[in-house]
Design a protein around this ligand. Sequence first.
Ligand code: CUA
Length: 532
Amino acid sequence: MAFINANNTTRIARIDLKTFETTEIIEIPFAAGNHPSPYGTENTEYVVAGTRFAVPSPNKDVPLSELSKEMKGVISFVKANEPGKMDVAFQVLVPGYDYDLARCGRGPSHGWCFFTSYNTEQATTLLEINASKNDKDYILAVNWKRAEECIAQGKFKEVPATYYHNVYDEKKHMATSNVKKSVKWIIPSECPGVAYYLPTPKSPHGVDVSDDGEYVVGGGKLATVIPIHSFSKMLKAIENKSVEKEVDGIPVLKYDAVLHCEVQKPCLGPLHTEFDGKGYAYTSCFVSSEIIKYDYKACKVVDRAPTYYSVGHLLVMGGDTKKPYGKYAIAMNKITKDRILPTGPELPQSAQLYDISGDKIKLIHEFFTIGEPHYAQGIKADLIKDKVAKIYPLAENEHHYATKAEKDAKVVRKGNEVHIYMTAIRSHFVPDNIEGIRVGDTVYFHVTNLEQDWDIPHGFAIKGAENAEILIMPGQTKTLVWKPKEPGIYPFYCTDFCSALHQEMQGYVRVSPAGSNVPLRAWTANTQVKVE
Ligand code: CUA
């Protein structure tokens, strides 16, 4: 499975890599922008979500001039290891900064997740200046195993909240929504040890944990160095109480007590870091448009390669695992002026594939992508290629409106609702001629794709529908709703190129005026379909 987040509608979705479709969505209550998300823990116990924007929690009407005093942040841990059962296990209530990116620990640091924050100034206007004043912001380290202890000991607050959990049923070909009514809050002062701040220069963006789990690299986008924290030093600093101050019950550890080293003069605008499993880190540098390679234990830059141009995210194959494959890296770049023929005011984004197997980073391919490529992972094809579904078995189709054979196609009127139980197979629909629809009707086309062949979807669209189309995979049933507004003849057609006679895969609906007595009737060629 893969996870994906939405920012302004604060949600995390699970994508089933058997079908490459979204099969589950959970909303994140109290978050105002879901940016440091959805990074996973070592065994996908959790995927995390942090609030990008700090707002009052619970949200309320306050004058913007007083917002700074009311701002809060929430860091959410979403249970994710059981498909169909994603749930916000708990949220940690944190100071109202902007939480930017995250990574969870592995190996020795398994049990912890790290989140960058900026705007520790808590500015609410002209952030480009006002949120860039502090010399250091923070990486927040959350000990989720400690949080689990506090939950088990009842050290949490159950807070009312309304949010949705949607799950797709791949036999019913439909999603159901469950409304959740509360969430557990952990208040750091009531659960000591759950969270610490690591001072980090300056408005950090990425936070990345090395494959051995020991090093936590901050991407200080305005910093002149790359700070690398040491996980074991952090544990010692906690033990020795090397604390400079406390914010809302969260100890701020001393910078020198947690720092492994600063990579000096790395590049301009370091953002994200990946690892190759051989002791090297690769950091993308937005401002100087390059990738740098460095020995992160020795803190020494060993190579650099230009990108075309401003690189944001980058990925190393398997980079987010304990054992990166480390042969290739991809830079995901934002600005491509002069690389390609112009395509209007906006140009496509570019990406570059590098061979990183040798001492020198070598550019081997450039390709274009749609923007903005925002974090990706490369994994071995073997992990999924033999598990991919080729069809949905028709025999297992439990959709309420499924039609499993052409002889079962039918049209059913219920007052102003008309349900068309339709089938699609190369290269025709049953029925493909329908009469007796009236203006004022709501027509439901329940289309079942009878194919049991890989890569043969059929589509369905009808003239004047206010939704675009449906695309029905082999063995699936999907519904398109249509409200004809005027009498007339309306064509419908298959929207996916399915065969040499794809273009012929079309039909007609006759729409008569409201109150007309044209009987409901449907057929394909000489075969009449049932009317109920
Ligand atoms: Cu069916 Cu094109």
